[in-house]
Structure formats: structure tokens, C-alpha cells
Design a protein around this ligand. Sequence first.
Ligand code: FMN
Length: 395
Amino acid sequence: MTNYKFLEPYTFEKKGITVKNRIVIPPMTEMMSFSNGEVTRDELRYYRIHTGGAGMFITAVANVNDEGKGFEGELSAADDKFIPSLASLADAIHKNGTKAILQIFSAGRMTFTSVLRGKQPVSASAVKALRNNSEEPRALTEEEVEQTIKDFGAATKRAILAGFDGVEIHGANTYLIQQFFSPHSNRRDDKWGGSLEKRMAFPFAVIDEAQKAIDKYAKKPFIMGYRLSPEEVEKPGITIEDTLAFVDAIKNKPIDYLHVSMGDVWRKSLNDSSIDKPLNLMIKEHLGQDIPLIGVGDIQSPADAEKVMDNGIEFAAIGRESLREPNWVEKVESGDENAIRYTLSLSDHDALGLSGTFWEFLLASFRPGLQISSDKQTDRSLFNNALDGIFAGAK
Ligand SMILES: Cc1cc2nc3c(=O)[nH]c(=O)nc-3n(C[C@H](O)[C@H](O)[C@H](O)COP(=O)(O)O)c2cc1C
């Protein structure tokens, strides 16, 4: 009962860091931070309730600079003044050996002038996203591209000084780093765009800059993960062939894990129905054994997580399920898995730390995928596909 592979530790050999098990809490924005990006007490309460079981806990995304802010209530890592706030977050996550990973990003064109207090959103090129209400961004100048890369390095430094165990570079879910890799949003003809290789230049420069910060500031081994979305439905858009070429190339970069953002961990291609294999397995084949993969997307039960291990994927992330059941790992470890909650009662939300703006956000954007006990349960796959629409570039 308790001899699941996902309960075994994992050692990042290059770094000599051991994570106590292979369950990960994936990044989940809770919109609970103060308007300036500082962590609130309600936010810390949520983290304290949900940490301590999983091997790694990846935070809600934090912006690396002011123009990278994507939504209200977002965490910020955009200035040294946020180091104490980030330190309180790392400290809250550090319970029973859970590793704390800060996810960092710039939203690029996926934000609004109102969120940026009057400034126009920025992107690789001045191309609007094909979404309702999206705004036309302006293209970053070459100097601004260089500065943005430095901002990722500075945010990594702050994560180190705040006591995090690692950063996850958010190259997924249609945000700025993905916008540079995407032929839809990147129409540049300088060194940052044009060919497939040049579209990889910005993500790889961000990784190199983060590594420079690690070399300079980390006094103990520090993890660097990278998250990507494997396909876009836009034409032109990122294809699975582009992503596999990206995976072949990222193997030579100093990353410790790859995290593929999906609403269903076994999802196949959105664009090519002749491909009969889950994208995660295609990606794992290209990634090889040296760099571990985090699989995510509708993993709910211990059997779901074990299937991920059985397919050679090193980590299984439980997002929405962890909101419903903060003691998921503890219940499996103590042989009490029959007590795992797979539904969420409306009356439990505050006890689970899902309060205030987080609860409003969950109900407004994710209700059909939360499995609220008093709601009529709908086909899970419908919402998982919709989740890819919200987060992974599909519409
Ligand atoms: C409320 C909520 C907030 C999310 N915020 C982020 C985020 O900040 N960064 C990110 O990369 N993904 C984010 N995601 C996507 C999740 O990390 C995850 O990929 C997705 O929920 C699918 O996993 P699940 O089925 O286990 O929930 C969010 C998902 C949810 C439900």
C-alpha cells in the first residue's frame, strides 16, 4: 500500500540535492498578494496548510519586473525590497523537508494596460494574442530584451537570498518567454527571432542569466527548472516538432528538470491527430534520463501518480487535487488513502486556506474542474481541455 514509487526520494545528481518524494505541487496563482506584490498573511496561511507532504512545492508565479505583471494579487520578485516577503514564503513552505521553488515570469502580452497602471503591455513583437479582450502589445527594443533577461537573473538572485531551494523559469502558458519561442508572437528579424534557433535564443539567454546568478549568489546547491507548453493552436504557432527540437537543445543548458504544462498528463497532440502518443512520452524520449520530467494534468489518485512513474516520468504534480486534499501525501504514507478527498465542499474552502480573492478566482475560472461536491459533476476531460485553453496556449 505504501510502497509506491512516487514515495521514493529523487536525487538531482548534478547538484547533490535529494527531494523526499516525487510528488510536486505545481505553481498555482492565488491572487492573494498585496497590490504591490508582497506576500499577505492569508497567502502564507494557504501555503502552510498545503505544504509539508510533497517533495517540491512550486509557488504561484512571481513577476520579474513591473511590466511583467500579469494580474492583480500577483507575487513580485521585481525588486530587492521583496526579499523579506519572499523569505516569509520560502519559510512557510519549508515544512517536513518540502523544497520551495519560486516560479518566475513576465506576462508579456498576456496582461492589460489597467494592470500595468497605464502602460502598454510588451512582447517579442507587436502582435495581439488571439483571445477575447487582448490588447496589442508593443515590441521590446533590443536594449529592453537585454534588460528583461537581466531581470530574470536578478529575480533568481532574490530567490536565493530569500532562502528558496530553486526557481522555475516559466516558459509556458503563453507568457513572455513562450511569446519569444512562438512564431505567432515573435516576428522579429534581429538575433531574437526569425529561425527556430533564433526563437530559442531568449529562453536560453534567460536560463544562462539565471545560472550566472546561481554561480554568484548560491551558497548551497540551487535547483533551476523550466516549464513549457508543448503546442499552440495558432497558425503559425508552436508545433510539437518545434518543442522536440527545443527539448533536444535545452538538454545542453544547466536546467535540473523540465515541467510540461498540461490539463491532462496523457494528452496527445492538439494539432496532429495522426500522432498516437501522449506528448509527455514523446518529450521524455527526447529529454533522456539525465534530466527529470514533471508530469502534470488531472493526476488525482495514488494510482494516477503511480502510472506517471510507471511510464518513466520522474515527478507527478497534483494541482487542483492538492487544493481539495492538502494531506494527500500524508494519507498515502500512513496507509489511509481511502480518506483522500476528491471533491471540494463549498463549506470547507476557508478551512483549506482557499479564501478571499483566491476562492473568487477559483469559482470564476475553474469551478467545473474543482469537483465541488454539491455541483453536478461534468465530464473531466471537457474542463481539462478548457484548462489548456486558459494556460497552455490552446483556445
Ligand atoms: C488556480 C490555478 C492557478 C494556476 N496558476 C498557475 C501559475 O501561476 N503558473 C503556472 O505555470 N501554472 C498555473 N496553473 C496551472 C497548474 O500549474 C497546472 O498545470 C494545472 O492546474 C493542471 O494541473 P492539475 O490538473 O493537477 O490541476 C494554475 C492552475 C490553477 C488551477
